[in-house]
Unconditional design. Sequence first.
Length: 249
Amino acid sequence: MIYETFKDRLLALLKAPTRPPDPPAGSESSIRTFRADPNFLKLRLILWGGGFALGMLLEVIMIVYDWGDKDSEGHVSWIGGLLLFLTIAGAIGKYFLIRIDYDMRYYVVTDRSLRIREGALLIQESTYTFANVQNLKITQGPLERVLGLANLLVETAGGSGSSSGDQHGKNPFGAGHEGRLRGIANAREVRDQILVLLRQYRDAGLGDPEDRARAAPQLANAGFPPEAIERLREIREEVRLLGEAVGRI
């Protein structure tokens, strides 16, 4: 296939990773790796195709006008022909780049964290810990509503965002502490699962789920009632359900 050959050669030239990113912190059994919905690719192509069609129309009008111009002696302007050729060549290249951008977009979820990687030329990889999530937003434009898509924005406190290979630094691409799951089909389901988890974090008044699991025996030894320990188990189960919900995207 022409596209696959072009993709493989371009990624090799750019030395871009061809495999999904390594999973962030969390239990191995909870790892879910997924991509944007196929309709997200359709949306990108529709938006690009509209601009391309408009540009082609203007160039065709210019060429037809030159053809009918008496001063041109019936010859198409070489400038118009060159622009038409460059437009078509650029359109083919843009199509391949949109496809590659879609294929290189990964979302990896565990019972503790979310990792987002996107891009081929400029690779951005960010990690967000659920314990630090402060706010969740869903955005959806008119075409996204028609295609059944939405974007989930995950806003966190602290420096959980990281570039590829750096788990502790700030995101150098300007995204701050905001992760975007773009073009997913069940954004509201994922948001609601995270909100349930966050409410339980606040009610329990405890930190990261893995820290709570390690602390459970110590809490029992310290005289905490069985109800509190059972609440910890419920929180851990909600995290597992979150991973399963995202894995169905």
